[in-house]
Design a protein around this ligand. Structure first.
Ligand SMILES: C[S@@+](CC[C@H](N)C(=O)[O-])C[C@H]1O[C@@H](n2cnc3c(N)ncnc32)[C@H](O)[C@@H]1O
Length: 206
């Protein structure tokens, strides 16, 4: 419930709220605030959630899309079952894992791809930024394989070297791109969320 900034400890309001509301993670609030602003999720949609464990985003998504929609959630770590969520454990950087996702969404295309994937941080910012951008590229490759034309993509990225190039790549593939920093994202953290809408649809087989 406490976060340490330099030498001082502060109460983490969102972690406290997440615990009170029995949410799986404080990340739930980040997706909620972005979705309220950018209107990403609607009933009946097909959604892929990358880096889903412990399941905060997946439990938010399933409420929005209802049982008319489909959500496939993926993580390298196990995730406790959530009713209505199809979970696949595996490494999103493994090309064979993409075929498993394809089977789970029944060869359909998704309207939304979400990625909250985070690397194991080292505390060395250049290393952590580089790893985060690598995960962002994996998520973007997933869009090229699984996202429907006109679809939306939300990705977490640590700001630093390579960020501007990544943003440029998104602008080539989507009509609308915005950078968001929800209030629930710690202000001292390098993480930001990029919301990309209206996928231009490039048929790329990877
Ligand atoms: C911040 S957590 C996600 C929190 C989640 N969105 C929620 O709301 O509960 C980041 C996740 O990314 C996962 N991850 C990191 N690298 C991955 C990879 N290569 N493939 C799949 N998952 C990965 C981690 O295992 C971790 O569970």
């Amino acid at each position: 419930m406490f976060i340490k900034v330099n030498t001082k400890y502060f109460i983490d309001q969102y972690a406290l709220q997440a615990q009170n509301q029995k949410l799986r993670s404080r990340s739930w609030f980040k997706l909620q605030s972005i979705d309220r602003l950018d209107k990403l999720l609607k009933q009946g949609m097909t959604v892929i959630d990358l880096g889903s464990t412990p399941g905060g985003w997946s439990s938010y998504v399933i409420k929005q899309i209802s049982n008319l929609g489909t959500i496939v959630s993926c993580d390298i770590l196990p995730m406790k079952k959530i009713a209505g969520v199809k979970f696949l454990q595996g490494d999103c950087s493994n090309i064979n894992f993409l075929n498993e996702i394809d089977l789970k969404i029944k060869h359909k295309r998704a309207q939304v791809v979400l990625s909250d994937m985070s690397p194991n941080t080292t505390g060395i910012s250049t290393v952590d930024v580089c790893k985060s951008i690598y995960l962002g590229k994996i998520a973007l490759n997933m869009c090229c394989r699984f996202l429907a034309p006109g679809g939306s993509f939300l990705v977490k990225i640590f700001q630093g070297d390579g960020f501007d190039q990544y943003l440029y790549n998104l602008k080539c593939l989507f009509h609308k791109v915005k950078v968001r920093k929800p209030s629930s994202s710690r202000s001292h953290s390098r993480e930001v969320y990029i919301v990309s809408k209206d996928f231009k649809y490039k048929r790329i087989n990877i």
